[in-house]
Every structure is written in C-alpha cells, then in structure tokens.
Design a protein around this ligand. Structure first.
Ligand code: GTP
Ligand code: MG
Length: 273
C-alpha cells in the first residue's frame, strides 16, 4: 500500500488527549495514576510539587490513544502553578478520600477553580468527568457512603467509581470507562454524545435527597415548621413520598431517604394531638 495512504489511515485512528487530576492534597490522585500506569502502590506520601506530567498509550476499540496526564498538586500553595494547566483538557479525574468529608465537600470548589481558570473556554459539554471515591480499602474510617458520592456525580452527568489505589479496586474499570467516553466524545466532534442510559432521576429528587440527609431534625426533614399540625405533616409527607417512593425514584440514596421520611412522620405524629 502507498505509505502515505497507510500513514493517513494510522493518523485517523490515533488520537491525542489531555487529562488532568483534581482534588484535595493527599486524597490519592498520584497513587491512582501510578497504580494504572505502573501497576504499583507507594504507601509513603510524596506530595506532588506543582504538576507531574506523564504520557501513556491506550487502545480503545480500533484507535490508539496517546494520553497526556497532568497530575495536579492539591495543596492550595500550588494554585499559581496549577492554574496554567486547566485549558484544553478533554478529561478530568476528580478525586476525594471517602474517609475525609472535607475532601468530598471540596469537589464543588475544584469545579469552580477549573471554570474560573478556563474562563470563556470553559465548555463543560466538551469535558468528560470521572469521580473517584478513593481509599475504599480503609472501610473503618469511611464517612462518605457510596450513595452520597454517586448522587453528587451522577446528578451532574459524571461517571462515579469506588477506587482503591492500594488494592487496585476499580482503577482499571475507571480508566477504561474514562478513555472510552473521551474517545466517543472526540468521534462525535468534541461534544458528549447523548448518554445511552438517561440518568433516570430529576434534579428535584437529587436535591431533596441531599436536603433530607442534611436536615437537623424531623420537622426540618419534612420541611414543616416546628409545631405544625397533623394535616401539615401528612401533606408534606405525601409530597415527599410521591417524589421519593422506591418504585418511582432510582436516584442513589432514595431508599434511605424514603425510610427516613417515613420514620420522621411517625415520630412527629406520635407527639401531635
Ligand atoms: P497531592 O499530590 O499532595 O495533591 O496528593 P495526592 O492526591 O496526589 O495523594 P497521593 O497519591 O500522593 O496519596 C496520598 C497518601 O494517601 C499516600 O500516603 C498514599 O499512599 C495514600 N493513598 C493513596 N491512595 C490510597 C488508597 O486507595 N488507599 C490507601 N489506604 N491509601 C492511599
Ligand atoms: Mg499528587
């Protein structure tokens, strides 16, 4: 075959992509990447200084993908170094430590930093996000459960994986899904294709589950004022039950939220004449 034709064919099949890792310091970003690229785990903490850069080649279907990985430092001290590297990313690995709630709560501020730094370039429709709930091997210290993490991720259209850089759990599955979605997006002209399966729950359902999780007492959970009447409690209960009934709602955590609402109603009605 004409070598130029062959070269053109090969070029068509190869892709270059840029991905970045984000999340608080010490959540395990570098270890996740090391586990995937080098198949090993380093227990000693070696903070990333500014940025670590690496290249890896992966095969997705008939394409060879050259992945440029920019592993960011999570420490606020390195903000000035980090902020240069957000632009032109096609994929973002967002990591938190399931044993540290503040690292989960910080995910929103990582997205904010990213949007700010990308400025007018910030087109979230052209970026694949994957959320890693990391260090799941440390089960005893876990404080953020799967449904809470999954709800945060899936309600934004992000992938969600439970991972352990230490044991390797979830790591290759996560990268496979991540690279495959990035390839789909590139083949779709840089736009995320419509998801094969819709997320299956509404923003109202997701927000309600979050509100129920964070409520301070049964009144707050049902969204009524302390001292509300039986009718008011029952009305609020019915509205929530319709929204969250396990037959109707598939959002992560809906079953627990529904049970909590049933219990809140029962305990309030016991004390209202
Ligand atoms: P910065 O570079 O400072 O932003 O931190 P990082 O997010 O890259 O964290 P790093 O990968 O360096 O890991 C931090 C510490 O957590 C290290 O001591 C790792 O050995 C440990 N660690 C990372 N992942 C896991 C995991 O899945 N399980 C356990 N048990 N420890 C982990
Ligand atoms: Mg690091």
């Amino acid at each position: 075959m004409d070598t130029n034709v062959q070269k053109r064919r090969e070029n068509k099949k190869s892709l270059r992509v840029k991905v970045i890792s984000l999340g608080n310091a010490e959540v395990g970003k570098s270890c996740i990447i090391k586990r995937y690229c080098e198949k090993r785990f380093v227990p000693k903490y070696l903070a990333t200084i500014g940025i670590d850069y690496g290249v890896t080649k992966v095969q997705v279907r008939d394409r060879e993908i050259k992945v440029n990985i920019f592993d960011m430092a999570g420490h606020p001290f390195f903000y000035e170094v980090r902020n240069e590297f957000y632009k032109d990313s096609q994929g973002v690995i967002l990591v938190y430590d399931v044993g540290l709630r503040e690292s989960f709560d910080a995910l929103d501020s990582w997205l904010t930093e990213m949007k700010q730094e990308m400025g007018s370039q910030a087109n979230m429709e052209s970026i694949i996000f994957v959320v890693c709930a990391n260090k799941v091997d440390l089960t005893k210290r876990r404080v953020v459960d799967e449904s809470e993490g999954r709800l945060w991720a899936e309600s934004r259209g992000f992938h969600y994986f439970e991972t352990s850089a230490q044991s390797g759990e979830g790591i290759s599955e996560m990268f496979q899904a991540f690279f495959s979605s990035i390839t789909d997006m590139c083949e779709n002209g840089g736009k995320k294709p419509a998801p094969e399966v819709s997320i299956g729950f509404t923003k109202e359902q997701a927000d309600t589950i979050r509100r129920i999780r964070n409520s301070k007492d049964s009144w707050d959970m049902l969204g009524v004022k302390p001292g509300a009447t039986r009718e008011e409690v029952n009305k609020a209960y019915r509205k929530l039950a319709v929204l969250l009934h396990p037959d109707k709602c598939v959002a992560p955590g809906s079953e627990d939220a529904f049970k909590a609402v049933v219990n809140a109603r029962t305990s309030l009605l016991k004390n209202i004449k």
